[in-house]
Design a protein around this ligand. Structure first.
Ligand SMILES: Cc1cc2nc3c(=O)[nH]c(=O)nc-3n(C[C@H](O)[C@H](O)[C@H](O)COP(=O)(O)OP(=O)(O)OC[C@H]3O[C@@H](n4cnc5c(N)ncnc54)[C@H](O)[C@@H]3O)c2cc1C
Length: 494
């Protein structure tokens, strides 16, 4: 009886395990943390269990809703309140233009656009509607930054796009491959003859309703469902082993062979790419994945997704999140919608984004109780220079908590006293954030191909190797889930 070994119990590993066990394959899943879920984490504040990492999934594909349904959670699917988020710029705070993609407006003349960038810059951006796109034809690998700058000008890039790209995607617009960041947008621009019309066209193709959904109780309830159901999934159930960090595949494979539970024919490395390369390198020879680098220093505190990330390909700089429960009835009116994205160099605010989580999700509002609110502030931009004293991933809990206490008042434009903060917690993420720099995509593709083509002889104890997860599929559940299912499909086909 053959079995599959899955290393990593994030959403990728869990999804692959779900499909393999569902087809009655024997599966052993090994996770270093003492809980499943990886970047779909949970923490507890003021008696509430709330998402500590990912909090929603994109609805542009049906992949995640389908999985949610298979786990029996379809009735728990919720949509955010439609309020939308705000932008905080150095000189103005206003709601974000409602019809944009990554901050690129579909209507450069729109009222919200003019309010945020001014009439002159809006008129410049509107030249996109008539300027020829011919110079872009035949171009490949273009970045979000260069296209926006050329078509709509620096103000749209700096004031509308950068806060979103840096706050939500932890990336720099000039580093982000446009096709990866907004699939189909570049082709639509060439077709429509305008970036704004391309945004409108791509938006029109999106399914009706909210762009994201989540689950009543938080996305972490999906992980709880996996944890409960996987051990009895299919004829064999998944053998889940928590608290076991894999440092050497040969050592683990030898251990498993001694258990007499059947030879491991396939290994799914559902971990970050540096770890996947290191683990696979202990078993087979791989093409060189790149150079070492050590600019990810941090001091103290708790990191939710493991340490280091110094091998290549590299992790992004990492983010630190501060969640707080506030006793603040003055926020009942949701004065900043579902939250705020903050432009770099905004005086008096160190955070790059704030989610007013209890304004965004009705169930959470009810769970918090009257007058109480849950907010989450994030720190650490890709543009920060390590060691420059800017608050981020490497800052201590004390520094982050003190900054968040000030920032929350500045962002809501209301004074929030220290005694109104009923509870607070800091979580750090690094490995869950692949570096988006140009060139990394090629490195990752080479690594995945190297794993696929590595010599394998399952009968002689050398299993086939597979990679899954956000480093290989792209960030976000909507990318990770279908990719992990495809990997499971490949294994089932052999
Ligand atoms: C703060 C934050 C917010 C996000 N928000 C959203 C969102 O709202 N919507 C969305 O779609 N996406 C969001 N994302 C992205 C999304 O969470 C990730 O793309 C996705 O969860 C990655 O899943 P994964 O299984 O590939 O990796 P991970 O979740 O990172 O899982 C990898 C697992 O492997 C384990 N592991 C690593 N090394 C070893 C080892 N040597 N031995 C054993 N186990 C090991 C880790 O402990 C971890 O559990 C967010 C990410 C972060 C960090």
């Amino acid at each position: 009886m053959s079995r599959t070994l899955i290393v990593g119990g994030g959403i990728a590993g869990l999804t692959a395990a779900w499909d393999l066990a569902g087809a009655d394959r024997a599966v052993t899943l090994v996770e270093s943390a003492d809980r499943l879920g990886g970047a779909v984490g949970v923490h507890h504040l003021a008696g509430l269990a709330v998402d500590a990492g990912a909090e929603a999934f994109a609805t542009r594909s049906t992949a995640v809703p389908r999985l949610v349904e298979e786990l029996g959670l379809q009735s728990a699917i919720v949509e955010p309140r439609p309020d939308g988020a705000w932008l905080r710029l150095p000189d103005v705070a206003a709601p974000m233009p409602p019809t944009g993609i990554l901050g690129i407006p579909a209507d450069p003349h729109g009222e919200e656009v003019v309010r945020l960038i001014g009439a002159e810059a809006a008129a410049l951006a509107a030249q996109d509607l008539t300027a020829d796109v011919a110079a872009w034809r035949g171009r490949e690998g273009v970045t979000l930054g260069e296209v926006v700058r050329d078509r709509m000008g620096e103000a749209v890039l700096e004031r509308l796009v950068t806060p979103i790209v840096s706050g939500v995607h932890s990336a720099r617009a000039d580093d982000l491959d446009l096709e990866t960041a907004a699939p189909g947008l570049f082709a639509a621009m060439l077709r429509e003859g305008s970036l704004a019309r391309a945004v409108a066209a791509v938006k029109a193709q999106a399914p009706a309703g909210s762009a994201v959904q989540s689950l009543h109780g938080g996305l972490n309830t999906l992980i709880a469902a996996f944890a409960e159901q996987l051990p009895r999934r299919g004829a064999r159930g998944v053998d889940v082993r928590l608290g076991r960090r894999v440092d050497s595949l040969p050592v683990l494979l030898t251990e498993l062979a001694e258990e007499d539970a059947g030879p491991v024919t396939d290994v799914v490395l559902a971990v970050d790419a540096p770890t996947a390369a290191r683990l696979a390198g202990g078993l087979v020879e791989l093409p060189d994945a790149g150079e070492h680098d050590g600019d990810d220093g941090r001091t103290g505190g708790r990191q939710a997704d493991g340490d280091d990330g110094r091998d290549a390909p590299r992790a992004g700089r990492g983010v630190a999140l501060v969640s707080m429960v506030l006793d603040a009835p003055e926020l009942d009116g949701r004065p900043r919608g579902t939250g705020m994205l903050v432009a770099p160099s905004t005086p008096g605010v160190a955070a790059k984004a704030m989610t007013h989580a209890s304004a965004k999700w009705e169930w959470l509002d009810a769970a918090c109780g009257p007058g109480r609110h849950l907010v989450r502030l994030s720190y650490g931009r890709v543009t920060d220079v390590p060691g420059s004293g800017v608050l981020g991933f490497a800052s201590s809990d004390e520094e982050l908590l003190a900054a968040a206490a000030v920032d929350v008042g500045a962002l809501f434009d209301r004074s929030i006293a220290a005694e109104q903060i009923l509870d607070a917690d800091v979580v750090r993420w690094q490995k869950a954030l692949p570096r988006s720099a140009a060139g990394q995509a090629g490195q990752i593709e080479r690594l995945r191909a190297g794993l696929r083509e590595a010599p394998a002889d399952p009968a002689a104890g050398l299993p086939r190797l597979h990679a899954a997860g956000s480093w290989f599929a792209g960030t976000g559940l909507a990318r990770v889930v279908p990719d992990a299912r495809a990997v499971a499909g490949e294994i089932l086909a052999t």
